[in-house]
Structure formats: C-alpha cells, structure tokens
Design a protein around this ligand. Structure first.
Ligand SMILES: [Zn+2]
Length: 248
C-alpha cells in the first residue's frame, strides 16, 4: 500500500516528466570518432601505422588532432561523442555513427569511403602488409572475433552520411584553404576496397560507418594544418545527418 502523500508526489513527478519534449528526454546519440592508426593498434593491422609528412608529423597525430576537435564540437552539439584509437574498444560497440579520420599518402586524394555489403573485412599478410584480400592469407595474423555485420541497412545509412561528408569536405577543400591535391569525393562502392571494407566497420555495430581521407600529404599540407576548419566541417555533416535521421 502506498501512502497518499507518496501518490501525490508520484503524480507530480510523472506530470513533470511528460512536459519534457521527447528529443530532450531521449539519450543523446553516440558518435564514435576514430583517429586512424593511433596506438593502440588493432590486431591483424598492427603494421598499418599510416602515412606521414603532414604539418604535425605522423598521420596518427593529424588524425588525433582532428578527432579531438570533432569530439569537442560534437559534445557541444549535444552528442555523446567518444574518441577511439585504431583498436576499436569495446569490440562491437554500438552507436549511431562511426567515423574514421585519415589523410592520404603522396599522390593520393581527399575522398570518402563507407561500409558496403558483399564482402567482409580486408585481410593482409601478417599484421597488415600487401594487398587487401576478401579471404585470409595463409600467413594472416588472427583478427578479433566476432566481426560485426554490414547489412544493406548499414550500407544505406553509411552512404547517406558519406555523401554528406563528401559534400561538406568539398566545400572547404579549396585553394584558399590550402588544398593543392585531388578531390575524389565519395568513392565508388566497388572501388577502393581499402576504404569500403575497412576493418573498423566490422568492429562496431554503429548504424552509419564512414572513413574519410581528408587530403594528401604533403601536397595538401596548407589545408591539413587547418584542423579547426576540417573538424568544424566534418562535425556539421555528422550533426546534419543525425538530425535527418531524427536522432538529434
Ligand atoms: Zn590512414
């Protein structure tokens, strides 16, 4: 039996809760931002330590700076933003969005890849050398299990986000901002298996999974040093995508 006073308080509490708009009472969306190649590494890819020659030295250091800028901005926008290193933790982490930040090597390009169906994660020789293969080589190092799945729904959501990110990146990838290299935008779904079957897509259950090559070092170094401009544009694309999905 509940005393009368307790009932009155409970009714008042329910009334107060129901006055809060649904968007405010729901948990904020989780966005995972990965700094590509940043230690600790992912088993099976430990030798993929990234490019170098950007204004901050190693690719992982550029990636970390952009990641941290994005996490700060995403939190300010009401997102539950979580920084990741190359090793995805916890394995199979859920979320609305997973974005892996990178820059390309000399002669490369600014471009955006995303999780697509039809083939699993890339396998390499040993801890990450040689050409990507859809099946393990005899000498491939073991991968962590279980791998998560890229479903048709994940591909659709990922493609929508990647399209937004490519558009946002194109808008800032200008000579005025220091860009001197190539802009390839959203890569074809069967091109660039390194980007479209990136291992990170198979270590998370995020609904949208994207990898962005912000530019190439050293030709884009004037652009790559503007981590604030880059972080702002990538964050804006992610936030717009969350709003379109009615998650924010
Ligand atoms: Zn990279």
């Amino acid at each position: 039996m509940v005393p009368p006073m307790r009932i009155a308080l409970t009714v008042a509490a329910v009334a107060a809760l129901s006055a809060i708009p649904a968007a405010l009472s729901a948990a904020p969306p989780v966005v995972l931002v990965q700094a590509g190649h940043l230690s600790p590494g992912e088993p099976g890819y430990m030798l993929q330590t990234g490019a170098s020659g950007n204004p901050f030295g190693l690719e992982s250091e550029f990636n970390r700076r952009v990641r941290d800028d994005m996490v700060t901005r995403l939190k300010a926008a009401g997102v539950d933003a979580r920084p990741l290193a190359a090793r995805v933790e916890p394995l199979g982490v859920a979320g609305a969005t997973f974005v892996s930040v990178h820059h390309d090597s000399p002669g490369g390009a600014a471009m955006v890849g995303r999780a697509v169906t039809g083939r699993g994660e890339n396998w390499y020789h040993g801890e990450g050398t040689g050409d990507p293969s859809a099946t393990p080589y005899a000498d491939s190092a073991p991968h962590r299990k279980p791998a998560t799945k890229v479903t048709p729904a994940v591909e659709r959501t990922s493609t929508a986000l990647a399209t937004r990110i490519a558009k946002g990146l194109k808008a800032i990838y200008t000579p005025g901002n220091g860009a001197r290299g190539k802009f390839n935008g959203l890569v074809g779904r069967t091109d660039y298996v390194r980007m479209n079957h990136f291992y990170g897509y198979y270590r998370t259950n995020a609904q949208a999974r994207v990898l962005v090559e912000v530019g190439a070092a050293p030709e884009d170094n004037g652009f790559l040093k503007r981590t604030d401009v880059i972080g702002k544009a990538l964050t804006a694309a992610i936030v717009a995508d969350l709003k379109a999905r009615k998650l924010l």
